[in-house]
Design a protein around this ligand. Structure first.
Ligand code: GLC
Length: 787
């Protein structure tokens, strides 16, 4: 994989193997179950987050640290190198799918420190082994430790007022938040061991050695023994001490768990489960979570891409599907991730759609997010519903879902279908002076706040609404709601007319109109003269195709960089009340002209829809973590995860990221790749196969489970110009008319498909095959067939 400076992938691609620990910033992996999320970097450090049944999050474990000490030489080191930072003879770290395995060799002592999540209770699990690899007997002290943090639910003063930490029995350290603010909640944190320690510490001050001491040279570890005392109303640490006497070749092994509990009894129950087998069970569960990845498995021309999209992109999507943006549950974020999850986890998608509908109000408007509740009046929530509901229905055929009753956030309940229709009605009632949707606090672009006074309009939202209306019409067709289908199509048409009339700025579309009526994202605007979102969404929504070439030229000239498309340009340089938060961000950061991977992924799908495979490839490649144009030494990005943004060219650190994993990018990139570049996407009664390959991709494969069938699809590309090509299908050895393979045409469980992309003229010569170009011709009569 591109940059090998800090590590490489294992032969099966399922682990990233670090060769250096001094990565440009901590490179994070996640281990999780339904309640607990452990962030583990290449040093083994990171937090553990707990999410309760209602979705509230706390971070009861701030950090994990495993100290070792040679009792004879007095030398101290940490299993994950940092914070003591001794020079290891050998360091190992493998980030796997839901686990991390660290190891180090130092001074004849080998330590393995592995982390995963517990099978089904709120805890992370560690396995630690210490082996004497020297030829002399050794006396080693081992100190597995966590930093507890009981903050979070403390309206009256700090949590220290109510907290105590103590040993319970001989293998459980319990940190209790006795505040009664959230009675019955899992307010308490614990750390337990499978083996009884010799000593323990609960007081952070004693462990590190005073108010100003640091974790890099903790006095507790330096001293003869930890103090075996409890703590109250102060900062806590949970540290165990073991004295190991190891003969040459001898190994010591123990397992540990850290998590949250309702009370002492529950913690004791969890601690009892911390046995020698706990880690293996957690690893099994992590493996299970990847079992559905093969429901859409591809083989791309570059094995590096194949590995990334088959394994790590799906792991990232799975993580986002379970924990959304970690810090917040966002209405639009859940729906975009869920849409992409349809092939892999349709039941989860169903639950995710219901969860969002429960945060829609009776009038059809929606919340921005919850846990914690975000009451800013973002307008866009409802516009995402149609796409995800439609995709779920196409994937599963489960149209009964539309009849399921779901409560609104403000009481009352309605069917899923009615929720969707009310979302559209809300937009119809909230149009502004140009007939475009009002933006209120914001839309997809959280930081562009041009409609807070209730007059500003969003061009992007208008386009997204066109797409939603068309998709709702398609769903209505599928369930024979003809009047609704007609109304939606008519409204989409009217909206398109307004967009073409008021939002076209000559060479690209505007972004919107601010409360004072001024345009945003137009040539006359000085700063932020062009925004990316309306340019890709003009294509996604199917606006005037005669403008597509000009739009993409404008994007290429003004927004495209080798590491993604900028949200807008030139950046805003001074705060403006008219624009809101975006203008207060430094140039090149966030929505203010960073290279935003999420908008680049929109562009990628738009490029596919424009049938420009080469542009699509360039868009997708520019946001990959192994983009050859942006080495990780500059991007700082984990080589196995998408990021949300690269700092833009106007930032002092262009190209640098601040985190990976949490982004809507992966949903659009992965789904775009399977559904639009490879072109294999479900319809209500069949599977459409309409690839748009880049000219350099001569062949690709996709194995796709759809309903109860397996489609083995091979795509070959004989075209030189994608825009002048057509695709012919051979299904189970017989030429096939049209681009949609109807399910009732496929008798066997396995269906073999050959999709040949050919120059149009070559097909005209053959002409026996009915082929796909631009739109579906599935309904047309099959043509005579030549073998
Ligand atoms: C962040 C948010 C996402 C939003 C985007 C643009 O990535 O998670 O919901 O659309 O920023 O503002």
């Amino acid at each position: 994989m591109g940059d090998q400076e800090f590590g490489h992938f294992s032969a099966d691609g399922r682990e990233f193997v670090f060769t250096r620990f001094d990565t440009p910033r901590p490179w994070v992996n996640y281990a999780w179950n339904s309640q607990m999320l452990a962030s583990v970097d290449q040093r083994g450090r990171g937090y553990s987050l707990y999410r309760d049944a209602e979705g509230h999050r706390t971070i009861p474990i701030r950090d994990r640290l495993v100290y070792l000490k040679d009792l004879d030489s007095g030398r101290i080191w940490t299993a994950g190198w940092d914070p003591v930072q001794m020079p290891f003879e050998h360091y190992r770290c493998r980030h796997g799918l839901g686990y991390t395995r660290l190891g180090c060799d130092f001074d004849g002592i080998r330590c393995e420190f592995h982390v995963t999540a517990a099978v089904d209770y709120p805890a992370e699990i560690w396995s630690i082994t210490v082996t004497n690899t020297s030829d002399a007997s050794r006396r080693i002290a081992l100190y597995p430790s966590v930093e507890f943090d009981l903050g979070g639910w403390t309206p009256y003063g700090t949590v220290e007022n109510y907290s105590v930490c103590r040993m319970v029995g001989d293998r459980l350290l319990l940190a209790l938040n006795q505040s009664s603010e959230r009675p019955g909640a899992r307010n308490h944190a614990w750390f337990s061991a499978s083996r009884t320690p010799d000593h323990f510490e609960t007081r952070k001050r004693e462990f590190v050695g005073g108010a100003y001491a640091s974790l890099s040279a903790p006095a507790g570890v330096k001293s003869h023994r930890l103090t075996d005392t409890g703590a109250a109303a102060e900062d806590f640490i949970g540290a165990f001490q073991y004295g190991l006497e190891l003969k040459p070749g001898e190994e010591w092994a123990g397992e540990f768990a850290a998590g949250v509990c309702f009370d002492e009894a529950e913690a004791l129950g969890f601690a009892d489960r911390t046995s020698a087998a706990t880690f293996a069970q957690g690893m099994d569960a992590a493996m299970q979570r990847t079992a559905s990845f093969d429901r859409a498995e591809m083989e791309l021309p570059d094995p590096v891409w194949t590995r990334f999209f088959n394994i790590w992109a799906k792991q990232q999507l799975s993580f986002l599907g379970d924990f959304t943006r970690v810090y917040l549950t966002g209405f639009r974020d859940i729906l975009q991730d869920a849409q992409a999850l349809c092939p892999y986890a349709p039941d989860q998608v169903r639950r995710s759609i219901i969860a969002t509908l429960q945060h829609q109000y009776r009038d059809g408007s929606t919340m921005r997010g919850w846990c914690p509740d975000d009451h800013h009046r973002y307008a866009d929530g409802g516009v995402w519903l149609a796409a995800t509901i439609g995709e779920y229905l196409r994937e599963t055929g489960d149209t009964d879902f539309l009849r399921e009753q779901v409560a609104f956030r403000d009481d009352d309940s309605a069917t899923v279908w009615e929720h969707l229709l009310r979302a559209l009605d809300w937009f119809r009632k909230n149009l502004g002076g140009h007939g475009l949707p009002k933006m209120y606090f914001g839309d997809w672009n959280d930081s562009l706040n041009i409609g807070r006074e209730g007059r500003g309009e969003s061009v992007w939202l208008g386009m997204a609404l066109v797409a939603a209306l068309k998709e709702t019409a398609a769903i209505a067709d599928a369930i024979a709601e003809c009047t609704i289908a007609q109304t939606c199509r008519a409204d989409a048409k009217t909206l398109e007319t307004h967009l073409e009339k008021y939002a076209w700025d000559g060479e690209w579309y505007l972004r919107g109109f601010a409360d004072d009526g001024s345009s945003v994202g137009g040539k006359a605007d000085g700063e932020g003269t062009i925004f990316a979102e309306p340019q890709s969404w003009a294509v996604l929504a199917g606006l005037d195709p005669s403008r597509w070439a000009q739009i993409s030229k404008s994007v290429d000239q003004r927004l495209r960089t080798t590491y993604g498309v900028l949200v807008c340009h030139p950046p805003f340089t001074a705060a403006q009340k008219r624009l809101g938060r975006i203008s207060t961000m430094p140039p090149g950061w966030g929505e203010n002209a960073s290279a935003y991977c999420h908008v680049t992924a929109f562009q990628f799908v738009a490029d596919c829809l424009r049938r420009d495979g080469n542009a699509a490839l360039a868009s997708l490649e520019s946001i990959l973590p192994f983009n050859p144009a942006l080495p990780v030494a500059e991007s700082w990005l984990e080589p196995y995860a998408f990021t949300n943004m690269f700092r833009g060219p106007d930032h002092p650190r262009p190209g640098a990221t601040f985190k990976g994993w949490t982004t809507g990018t992966v949903a659009w990139a992965l789904r775009g790749l399977t559904h639009y570049l490879l072109g294999v996407r479900p319809e209500f009664d069949g599977l459409r196969i309409d690839p748009v390959l880049p000219s350099g991709w001569k062949t690709a494969r996709l194995r796709r489970v759809f309903r109860d069938k397996v489609f083995e699809i091979r795509i070959t590309n004989h075209a030189t110009d994608a825009s002048e090509s057509e695709t012919r299908l051979t299904v189970n050895g017989r030429p096939h008319a049209g681009a949609v393979i109807a399910l009732d045409e496929v008798p066997d469980e396995i269906c073999h498909v050959l999709a040949e992309i050919c120059p149009i003229n070559s097909l005209h010569e053959h002409r026996p095959f009915q082929t796909e170009r631009r739109s579906s011709d599935a309904d047309q009569e099959p043509q005579p067939v030549h073998g």
